[in-house]
Design a protein around this ligand. Structure first.
Ligand code: C2E
Ligand code: MG
Ligand code: MG
Length: 947
């Protein structure tokens, strides 16, 4: 029972749902209308027709009955009248006899159906009863009787109401003019109960006169009855009033057969309606449920649910429509899935900027769109096919995923370029090429390979293997579309690689640059923090690279940097191998920080000293000369080392401290490695402070120029003086140039300072000349940085012009290394200076790398032998030999020679003996302020300088 109730509930519920639907209501209304309108119309028409038919039939029957009844009445009246007529003689006789004797017997005169017979004898005489009862006859008077001709009869009626109808037949016999025979007719004779029974029970008869006064029978409601009338005919001798026999039958009885139908019709109609409703609902359900299903399905699609399907089992076109709908959603779902997957692939591969991540995304996602037995992505290297890598996976088994190196042959490339869309390999005799052999191994499947082109460049090949029968054209197109996306992603990745290389790698050496070095140092520190090990930073700077660069030119300088990078990498590789791992794995990193500065990160150290040993091994890489073009050059380097966590906890501090250690290493005489110690930092800070003070000193003019005489050895005459700058420090007193000139050069402060020195020196020279202290050359030091300065020649010219100093009275002392830069700006500048007319001298000669042959190419007229040779000239045979050689060669080349730093008479004697003309040194005069030097000059005028 509960089950039935549930079914019923379900049916009612679904019906309600249907009726809530507008289409359901409309269809239901339509069905009901279609069923009811014709039914009711037919019923109504049938009702009317049957009613009419019944009425007509009843009418005809009534008419026939009325005629028959009327004829019966007429027959009976006619018979009665003819009976009276026949008995008339007898009755006349009887009447006559009565006239004479009131007791004459007329008993033999019997009139059938007469209740009484009388006669009016005429002449006003009263009625003479001839037979029967007189009562009914006596109401008649002769006046009531019509005039009758002889032999004529008439029917007379007296009635106030039908129940009291009195019928009389009056006859005037032919034989008499006066006597009228009157017979009182029994109404029962005329129409008795037996007659009434002869009629159908519901049919009533009435006799009515011309005024519709009912004579016989009972009046009836004409509107509620069906009537038929028959008029009594007029007979020649028997005057019958124009009476009518009217038969009536209640209409209700007439239409009784149809009334039952009419009564049962609403019930039938209701049943029909119910049937219609139920049938309609079932039909509507059959149509509407699929429609609702389809509607819901469509809404689900509109909401983006493409995996929807509808269940329509109506067995008609709607089911076909449902099938088509499901097919459509299936197709849409597949297309959207393809699009979504493609979009995901886009996101995955376009957001990942390295090839390996893109390859992973491709292997993850592509099989979702293009079902396959195996997938591979071959990516050509940036340099071409030789360095191709292939990522592949078989049967969506992640464990089978691998990356292998691949090589595309020239014919592979030609084949790939000939088929820009896709290649079907392993079918129709087209072999699977070697670089895709891993996909077609079992020989049962074929390989579809899509070349990956972007921007006219072949970037790789995306290939899948599948069974030939499983592949649809749609899959091929999807695969091609995905391949295009992969090509874009690979192109992006390649571009990003290039950008990365540009951003993070040094273009000259391909080593990581400063940015990447900082990152990697941070990583190494992070790693060391967890592993509780040490990380060392070695900052390496080539010794006097500027000089090498100046000497050999920038091209060879760059070449040297490249060679150094290679040697450092090689050395680090050995270092990594020594501890059992390669450079990359161990994380030993070499970076170029700029110029001639390199950095090496040494991770995973146990002790700080290990860094020092490693740094010394790095320096060993410089033991062999570097071959640069046609020549071999020796270069050394200095290394500063800072160790995490001893010397700093972050990359910045560590690097800064390694820099401090480097400076220290340089100061320690170069070609050495120094571990940072806290005291060094003070030195670095001191340098920074000094630089700051120097800037202020340049601004405030805290410098002064001192002068040291240059003396001709033989004559002891002062032939020149060197201008040497001094810093009158407000706190520290007088500071010598060795303490600040190098820093001025590094910081560029030498440019304004050098200009000021030259101007001051020229001013002084002018004053001396004006004071008559004339005839000597003033030497001014010109640093390399000054010489490279644009506009230096013009500046010098301006100073000469403004002070009125003759160029010939001025000599510039240049460093030896400047002469090595042949053909460059420096050479041009030197020539321009010479063209001014000033003398050019090479300062500190012998410490640089130049050979004397260079001097031939430059307008240099003087060599100043470096003090380091002179100081040992009397004690060291090497120094003596070098000095002797320099003097001899200079003389051979007709160059002036000045020996610097002559402090002893022995040195002076040695030099004189070797033919050196001029000397400069404490033996002949220390550098002195201008006032002192002026006095010195004045004194010199008086006597030759004595040593
Ligand atoms: P320099 O040009 O070779 O100058 C000679 C240096 O040798 C001077 O040192 C001088 O005092 C020193 N000297 C001369 N004779 C003797 C001697 O007998 N014994 C010893 N022990 N030293 C002697 P100073 O003045 O300290 O200058 C050092 C260097 O600073 C100069 O070497 C020069 O390279 C640079 N310098 C000095 N003044 C200037 C300047 O105005 N401009 C530039 N660019 N550099 C300057
Ligand atoms: Mg000098
Ligand atoms: Mg010198």
């Amino acid at each position: 029972m509960p089950q039935h109730a549930a079914v019923l509930d379900n049916a009612v519920g679904s019906s309600r749902r249907l009726l809530r639907s507008r289409l359901g209501r409309r269809l239901l209304g339509l069905f009901i209308g279609c069923a009811l309108v014709p039914t009711c119309t037919v019923a109504l028409l049938s009702f009317k027709s049957v009613t009419k038919q019944l009425t007509r039939q009843s009418q005809e029957r009534l008419t026939a009955l009325a005629g028959a009844a009327g004829k019966t009445l007429v027959d009976r009246l006619s018979f009665f009248e003819s009976d009276l007529r026949r008995q008339a003689p007898k009755l006349l006789a009887c009447a006559t006899a009565r006239a004479s004797s009131a007791h004459s017997d007329c008993g033999d005169v019997l009139l059938y159906a007469a209740e009484g017979v009388g006669a009016f004898p005429g002449s006003g005489a009263g009625l003479r009863l001839l037979s029967g009862e007189a009562a009914a006859l006596r109401t008649l008077t002769p006046a009531m009787l019509p005039k009758l001709g002889p032999g004529q009869s008439t029917l007379v009626s007296l009635s106030s109401e039908p129940a009291a109808l009195q019928l009389y037949v009056v006859h005037r016999p032919e034989t008499t003019r006066e006597v009228l025979l009157i017979a009182h007719l029994s109404t029962n004779y005329l129409w008795g109960p037996a007659d009434a029974e002869g009629l159908p029970g519901n049919v009533a008869l009435r006799l009515q006169d011309a005024q519709s006064l009912v004579l016989l029978g009972s009046p009836s409601d004409n509107s509620a009855s069906l009537t038929a009338a028959w008029s009594l005919p007029r007979l020649p001798l028997f005057l019958i009033p124009s009476w009518q026999v009217v038969l009536s039958e209640p209409r209700a009885d007439v239409i009784a057969p149809i009334t039952g139908f009419a009564r049962s019709f609403p019930a039938v109609l209701a049943l029909a309606l119910l049937a219609v409703v139920l049938l309609s609902l079932s039909q509507i359900r059959r149509s509407l449920v699929p429609l609702v299903e389809l509607g819901k399905g469509t809404r689900r699609i509109a909401a983006g649910d493409f995996h929807t399907s509808v269940q329509v089992t109506s067995g008609d076109e709607l089911e076909e429509l449902g099938g088509a709908f499901n097919a459509m959603t299936g197709k849409l779902a597949r297309q959207f899935h393809t699009l979504e997957t493609a979009a995901e692939i886009d996101r995955a591969i376009l957001s990942s900027m390295d090839t390996a991540t893109i390859a992973e995304a491709v292997l993850d996602r592509v099989p979702e769109v293009c079902p396959c037995q195996g997938l591979s992505l071959t990516v050509l290297g940036p340099e071409g096919e030789a360095q191709a890598r292939t990522w592949w996976e078989r049967g969506r088994v992640r464990e089978s995923r691998a990356m292998i190196m691949a090589q595309l042959s020239a014919s592979d490339l030609v084949q790939t370029l000939q088929q820009p869309e896709w290649m079907i390999l392993g079918e129709e005799g087209i072999p699977v090429p070697g670089y895709l052999a891993h996909l077609g191994e079992n020989g049962k499947s074929s390989v579809v390979a899509c070349p990956l082109h972007y921007g006219g460049e072949l970037l790789g090949v995306l290939a899948l293997c599948d069974a030939p029968g499983e592949r649809s054209n749609e899959t091929l197109l999807d695969f091609r579309r995905l391949a295009d996306r992969v090509a874009v992603a690979l192109s992006n990745a390649r571009m990003m690689d290039q950008v990365r290389v540009l951003a993070f790698f040094d273009s000259l050496t391909r080593l990581p640059n400063r940015i990447l070095y900082r990152q990697r140092l941070g990583q190494a520190i992070g790693h060391a923090a967890t592993s509780r090990r040490r990380v060392a930073v070695c900052v390496l700077d080539l010794d006097q690279f500027a000089r090498i660069n100046d000497t050999l030119g920038h091209d060879l300088g760059d070449q040297l940097i490249q060679e150094v990078a290679l040697r450092l990498q090689g050395s680090c590789r050995q270092e990594g191998a020594a501890v059992g791992s390669g450079t990359e794995a161990l994380g030993i990193q070499v970076a170029r920080l700029g110029g001639d500065e390199f950095a090496v990160i040494l991770p995973e150290l146990g002790e700080a000293e290990e860094a020092l040993w490693a740094a010394r091994r790095l320096l060993e890489a410089f033991q062999q000369p570097f071959r640069l073009g046609a020549q071999e050059v020796f270069a050394t380097a200095s290394i500063g080392i800072a160790v995490y966590p001893d010397d700093g906890n972050d990359p910045e501090t560590l690097h800064k401290n390694a820099d401090v250690a480097l400076t220290h290493a340089k100061e320690e005489g170069r070609n050495t490695a120094e571990l940072y110690s806290a005291s060094m930092n003070g030195e670095a800070l001191g340098r920074m402070r000094l630089e700051h003070e120097l800037r202020k000193a340049v601004e405030h003019g805290e410098f002064t120029v001192w002068y040291q005489p240059i003396v001709e050895l033989r004559s002891r005459l002062v032939t020149g003086a060197e201008a040497l700058v001094r810093w009158e420090h407000p706190d520290r007193g007088l500071v010598g140039p060795l303490d600040f000139i190098a820093l001025c050069e590094e910081s560029g402060l030498i440019v304004p300072l050098g200009e000021w020195i030259l101007r001051d020196a020229c001013d002084q020279l002018k004053r001396w000349r004006e004071a008559g202290l004339d005839g000597f050359k003033l030497s001014v030091n010109l640093s390399a940085r000054q010489l490279r300065q644009r506009g230096i020649v013009r500046t010098i010219q301006d100073i000469l012009d403004s002070t009125g100093v003759r160029p010939s009275a001025l000599a510039f002392e240049l460093t030896e290394s400047l002469l090595m830069e042949q053909g460059g700006t420096t050479e041009r500048r030197i020539r321009e200076l010479a063209e001014l007319g000033v003398t050019l001298a090479i300062d500190d000669f012998g410490t640089g790398y130049s050979s004397l042959s260079y001097l031939k190419n430059f307008p240099v007229s003087t060599l100043k032998i470096d003090r380091s040779f002179i100081v040992d000239v009397t004690t060291s045979p090497d120094a003596a030999a070098i000095t002797t050689a320099i003097i001899a060669l200079a003389r051979a080349m007709e160059l002036d020679v000045i020996a610097e730093g002559v402090e002893t008479k022995g040195q002076a004697a040695f030099l004189r003996d070797r033919g050196c003309q001029k000397v400069q040194g404490y033996l002949f005069g220390r550098p002195a302020p201008r006032a002192l030097f002026t006095d010195f000059l004045l004194a010199r005028q008086r006597r030759r300088v004595s040593a």
